[in-house]
Design a protein around this ligand. Structure first.
Ligand code: PCO
Length: 187
């Protein structure tokens, strides 16, 4: 059994989450999938709530609700221990900047900050072309790559805002193929 944690952030590409989960589960019978959403990520799931039976969705509220007193589990640490693979798809410009600078102000970024880098952390950037072309984007991606994180690059597309250019999240099929090769290394 390979445990996969999918992180989704405040990029509109989070609307692809149901398709991504479905494609992962269809391809691999021996995986368990859980999800962690940032506050902005929650926005894109609210309009189409997930209906998968065995997929748990964690949010910042769960982090606070699960800890009350000394001895209680710390959710982000529990999730780091649980997950064999952490894939952040999509990774927004804002969350990318947080990760590149070590910020950890929500459940997802705390998981990344506590991540055991002997396990794969894969990220799929997604943002508007203008944000993607900002000089900081490459700087931040390169920093994550230098820590051994793996990037599934953006593609060119007509984006949600109508602009056409680089910045769209990689296709679900591409992500699932990539994940599959990482799953095979583990099983
Ligand atoms: C805002 N941002 C975006 C994010 C990147 N877009 C994408 C694709 C989706 C539809 O195929 C949303 C997945 O366009 O990854 O569009 C632009 S102002």
């Amino acid at each position: 059994m390979v445990n996969i944690l999918i992180g989704c952030t405040g990029s509109v590409a989070t609307i692809k989450l149901p398709l991504l989960i479905q494609a992962i589960l269809e391809k691999n019978r021996d995986v368990k999938v859980n999800v962690v959403l940032t506050k902005s990520g929650e926005h894109f799931v609210r309009s189409a709530p997930l209906t998968f039976e065995n997929v748990r969705v964690f949010t910042d509220d769960d982090e606070w609700a699960s800890w009350d007193k000394r001895g209680d589990p710390v959710l982000h640490i529990e999730l780091v221990k649980w997950a064999d693979i952490f894939i952040v798809a999509p990774l927004s410009a804002n969350s990318l900047a947080k990760l590149a600078n070590g910020l950890c102000d929500n459940l997802l970024t705390c998981i990344a900050r506590a991540w055991d880098t002997s396990k794969p952390l894969i990220f799929c950037p997604a943002m508007n072309t203008k944000m993607y072309e900002h000089v900081l984007t490459k700087e931040h991606i390169d920093k994550l790559l230098s820590w051994g994180y793996q990037c599934i690059p953006v593609i060119e597309k007509t984006l949600m805002c109508g602009d056409t250019g680089l910045g769209a999240m990689a296709e679900v099929d591409t992500i699932v193929e990539y994940l599959d090769s990482e799953i095979k290394k583990k099983s």
